[in-house]
Ligand binder design. Structure first.
Ligand SMILES: NC(=O)c1ccc[n+]([C@@H]2O[C@H](COP(=O)([O-])OP(=O)(O)OC[C@H]3O[C@@H](n4cnc5c(N)ncnc54)[C@H](OP(=O)(O)O)[C@@H]3O)[C@@H](O)[C@H]2O)c1
Length: 241
């Protein structure tokens, strides 16, 4: 049966939903969408600019943020990681291996793979011990090794592929703690944000952050324990590794 036809698996009521990277295009739309959904008792957004501030390249800031979140009374049901790095004023995605630069690679791995791994380290133990709970992190289809037919974008692709492996490993360990807890990597599609803006070509299906957040929340709603460790797109379809 296609995932699209699968039923909703709701979260227990009155839980806490946390968005990390809440300042970004998809992250801010997700905070809004979660609030509108009424499915959670409390929605919190964290970012480098929030209080507490969370920088995924600063392990101490992640630990302190997790400590602050653990003090809330609600059960932590959803952690949605919308942080990520593709380009900035110093680094552009590589068009050829001749452009490989160790500082660029290190930064991409720090933000896209090691950062989310540290989020798993500190937030997976806080997920509710029974009933449905989800840790979802935004990966990218271009992180699929099997789907790479164009080359280029070495640091971004490889760091997202690393993220996918980290998710898979953590999902196995998480299952031992709570059989209904899910850890998954999601592909949001091409979404109109600062991250994609320089690269969105004509003809691509570029969706708004609001649409992406709605689609992703619907997919998260349909996830069950069998999906844990998966790499799943915004339509609920598995993405090849
Ligand atoms: N947009 C797309 O088409 C697309 C496609 C596939 C996958 N994705 C993935 O979706 C996720 C969200 O992307 P987006 O499109 O919403 O991009 P975005 O608008 O550029 O948002 C990126 C977010 O990452 C945060 N971030 C970057 N470095 C960080 C750090 N060191 N510590 C904490 N937060 C940090 C940013 O925070 P600041 O505001 O503090 O900079 C911002 O909240 C990314 O993982 C991206 O790879 C996006």
């Amino acid at each position: 049966m296609s995932r699209k036809t699968r039923v909703n698996h709701p979260f227990p009521a009155n839980g806490l939903a946390l968005v990390i990277g809440a300042s970004g295009g998809i992250g801010s739309a997700m905070v809004k969408r979660l609030g509108e959904s009424g499915a959670f008792g409390r929605v919190i957004g964290l970012s480098r600019g929030s209080d507490p501030a969370l920088d995924v390249t600063d392990a101490a800031s992640i630990e302190a943020a997790a400590e602050a979140i653990s003090e809330h009374d609600e059960d932590l049901r959803l952690v949605f990681d919308a942080t990520g790095f593709l380009h900035d004023k110093n680094f552009q995605p590589e068009k050829t291996f001749r452009q490989l630069d160790p500082a660029h690679m290190a930064h991409a791995f720090a933000v896209n793979a090691i950062g989310p791994a540290l989020l798993m380290k500190h937030f997976l133990p806080l997920l509710a011990r029974d009933g449905k709970s989800v840790f979802a992190t935004l990966s990218a289809r271009v992180g699929s090794i099997g789907d790479n037919r164009l080359g280029g974008w070495y640091s971004y692709r490889a760091s997202k592929a690393a993220l996918n492996m980290l998710v898979r490993g953590a999902s196995i360990e998480l299952m031992r703690r709570n059989k209904q807890a899910i850890c998954a990597a999601l592909h949001p599609g091409t979404v109109d944000t600062d991250l994609s803006q320089p690269f969105a070509k004509k003809g691509l299906d570029v969706r708004s952050p609001d649409t992406a957040a709605s689609d992703l929340l619907a997919v998260i709603g349909r996830l069950d324990a069998d999906d844990s460790g998966g790499f799943i797109d915004y339509r609920g379809e598995p993405v090849p590794w």
